[in-house]
Design a binder for this molecule. Structure first.
Ligand SMILES: *Cc1c(COP(=O)(O)O)cnc(C)c1O
Length: 440
């Protein structure tokens, strides 16, 4: 008889096992995060940042940003929505891929691509919109690059009965018409950025109505638009901030229960990194265990070789986005004038990484590797052929790093448990796969 543990490839949890608390790592950190706005220092600098963000963030988000509660309760109504969208997502044992690689390693994928809007962004977006509604807002505004946050915002707004305004980087707006269609089908108002609807966008738009835009411009337009409509409108944040990382820990908490169910301990965990929210959401519960000496797992952040701040950047104070005037944060950065190459994985085109991930990397709790685009997309293709699902180009980077690890395990004759997070689905990116993987 083959033990069940080795046969089962889909590790599901019943809906009632969906976590009821988020995991907050802040109280477990060996020392506090470096202060934003360093010249003020400590408590005053945090207060200053919270004041700057107060006009555009929900009160709940602000409260969670520097919370020292080890766990934060998920409200019942939100918990029900998580179940409605398919949480807990499955943990998938990639047996066919293991056989293909002839590795003694066991490879597991956490399947955030199964969420209905196509990516893990829905976890925090649902939470943020739920709290926005509870606080009396009737409209949310989001600045989106590739459209993954925008898709989640559009659907969640429709589902909660809120209005959604979405500024989308014009180059993506043109290259991703299907995402625009998706958002509009949900009833969202989608505007290419730079637009003539903000003080900041207007001169750029009037100078060149075809200005391709950027993540910096889109985030400035979003914040300005929200600040002018404080009475009924609030922004949605896709990544970067501590509270977003906390709200994504539902991924790692489920993974932990699922691995425990099959009596596995992870040896190494991989996630792709733009700013760090899917990677940290996936790993933070285990990183806390490691800080407490209860786990020896390694955590590897996977970045595209063309934009790899954790591998090639400096740890210093910088702006969150080029062209913005917000507070300075200490983080790994390539600098705001770094020219980011075009990538099929647009969600990974960020010149820095979040302050929390940067801190963990700097303290040696997180490792980082850089992967080439063609190698990543080929790993995505192998995943499709062997495992039957098509990852988004972003998690294909994590898959490539997991495959390399499994091959090292084979060469060194090591059994080991490798776990990677699949942050999104690739169907809306087929055009990009087709362009990059020539000839298909
Ligand atoms: C947004 C996004 C990312 C990158 O963002 P992180 O905050 O680094 O997780 C990765 N994958 C997908 C599918 C995304 O939508």
């Amino acid at each position: 008889l083959i033990p069940v543990k080795l046969m089962i490839t889909r590790i599901s949890l019943p809906p009632e096992e969906t976590p009821r608390y988020w995991h907050n790592i802040l109280p477990d950190l060996p020392e506090p995060l470096p202060d934003p706005v360093p010249e003020l220092g400590g408590e005053p600098s945090r207060k200053k940042v919270l004041e700057m963000l107060a006009g555009i963030f929900t009160k709940t988000g602000l409260r969670q940003e520097y919370s020292d509660e080890p766990r934060i309760r998920i409200p019942e109504g939100l918990w029900e929505m998580f179940i409605h969208v398919g949480r807990p997502t499955p943990l998938h044992r990639a047996k066919r891929l293991e056989e293909h690689l002839k590795t003694p390693a066991r490879i597991y994928f956490k399947r955030e691509d199964t969420l209905p809007t196509g990516s893990f962004k829905l976890n925090t977006v649902l939470a943020q919109l739920y709290f926005a509604k509870e606080e009396g807002f009737t409209r949310v505004v989001d600045g989106t690059g590739a459209g993954q946050t925008g898709s989640a915002v559009a659907w969640a707004a429709a589902s909660l009965g809120l209005r959604a305004k979405i500024f989308m980087v014009r180059s993506s707006y043109k290259q991703k018409p299907l995402r625009v269609t998706y958002m509009k089908m949900c009833g969202a108002d989608v505007t290419p950025s730079p637009s003539n609807e903000t003080e900041l966008g207007r001169p750029l738009f009037e100078k060149d109505p075809e200005d391709p835009g950027s993540l910096g411009i889109v985030s400035c337009e979003t914040n300005e638009w929200a600040a002018q409509r404080r009475e009924d409108t609030v922004t949605v944040q896709g990544s970067i901030f501590n509270f977003v990382m906390t709200q994504q820990t539902i991924i790692g908490l489920e993974t932990k229960k699922q691995l425990e169910l099959v009596e596995e301990e992870p040896d190494v965990m991989f996630g792709c990194v733009g700013a760090g929210s899917n990677f940290l959401g996936f790993t933070l519960p285990y990183i806390s265990e490691r800080i407490k000496g209860r786990s020896r797992c390694r955590f590897v952040a996977v970045e595209p070789s063309g934009v790899a701040p954790e591998v090639n950047g400096e740890y210093r104070y910088d702006l969150l986005a080029p062209g913005t005037t917000g507070p300075l944060y200490k983080m790994y950065t390539l600098g705001c004038d770094y020219k980011i190459p075009l990538l099929v994985a647009e969600g990974l085109r960020y010149q820095g990484t979040s302050p929390l991930l940067s801190f963990l990397r700097n303290r040696g709790l997180v490792d980082a590797v850089a992967v080439d685009e063609s190698a990543a997309l080929n790993a995505g293709k192998i995943c499709l052929m062997k495992e039957g699902f098509l990852p988004a180009p972003e998690p294909a980077y994590a898959i490539k790093a997991a495959v390399d690890e499994a091959l090292r395990a084979r060469d060194e004759g090591r059994e080991e448990v490798i776990v990677a997070n699949i942050s999104g689905v690739g169907f809306l990116d087929l055009e990009g796969y087709g362009r990059a993987l020539t000839p298909i």
